[in-house]
Design a binder for this molecule. Structure first.
Ligand code: PGA
Length: 248
């Protein structure tokens, strides 16, 4: 089963119009021969200018969150239609920072995912265990819950992307080893096969995220179940191009 690799950046709350445009201009020639899908998920206010900057390149622009309601009295939130207006293709949902700091739950992840799919956006649904959960041997239990609740009611699993991001590896410089990442992502694929169907689980793109960088990307990408990366810190610099060209 061949799955097209997918490398996505997550700028988080970084960059300005000027620095974002400059980075995209510099990345364009470096990623033009990529053999994978490429996206940069950027702060909502930067989306219009970054979409313009990425025009004519293989870089897709994504968002970092979406509200689950179509519209209404949700001060400060952004709807799927608003993202679509600017040509956004991907949206990160349920990142651990949103779970930790903004009261995101598996239930709200589920609502946002359904809303995004309904709007033809491709959700990048983040799952992953904390350090204490891993140390207490609860990784599988946590992933089971995040997948069962977060993906409830989804009709076509292949329309979304999963990002396995162990919380202890995010922004810490502490990457999961190739074997740890492979083992857990293989578990996620098996679980998706049980929840949906084995054939769709074989097709779904599953990324690794958590301190993935120019130095460790090759080893991670060589693992049979790892189809890509969700890149935080290293997506703020030209290292992102090295990761996109992991196979060269
Ligand atoms: P990191 O972030 O690469 O800086 O660890 C990854 C993420 O949070 O998506």
């Amino acid at each position: 089963m061949s799955r097209k690799p997918f490398i996505a950046g997550n700028w988080k709350m970084n960059m300005t119009v000027a620095s974002g445009k400059k980075l995209i201009e510099d990345l364009k020639p470096l990623v033009k021969d990529a053999n994978c899908d490429v996206a940069l998920c950027v702060p909502a206010i930067l989306i219009p200018e970054m979409v313009k900057a990425a025009q004519g390149s293989s870089i897709h622009i994504g968002a970092e969150n979406v509200h689950f309601a179509d519209k209404g009295a949700y001060t400060g939130e952004i709807s799927a239609d608003m993202l679509k207006d600017y040509g956004v293709k991907y949206v990160i949902i349920g990142h651990s920072e949103r779970r930790q700091y903004f009261a995101e739950t598996d239930e709200t992840v589920n609502k946002r995912t359904l809303t995004a799919l309904n709007a033809d956006l491709t959700p990048i649904v983040c799952v992953g265990e904390t350090l204490s959960e891993r140390e207490n041997n609860e990784t599988e239990k946590v992933l089971d819950r995040q997948l069962e609740v977060g993906l409830k009611g989804i009709e076509d699993l292949t329309k979304l992307v999963i990002a396995y991001e162990p919380v202890w590896a995010i922004g810490t410089g502490k990457t999961a080893t190739d074997e740890q990442a492979q083992e857990t992502i293989a578990y996620i694929r098996k679980k998706l096969g049980q929840l949906f169907c084995p054939n769709c689980a074989e097709k779904v793109i599953i990324q690794y995220g958590g301190s993935m960088n120019a130095a460790n990307c090759k080893g991670l990408m060589a693992q049979p179940d790892i189809d890509g990366g969700l890149i935080g810190g290293a997506s703020l610099k030209l290292d992102f191009a090295t990761i996109v060209n992991f196979d060269k």
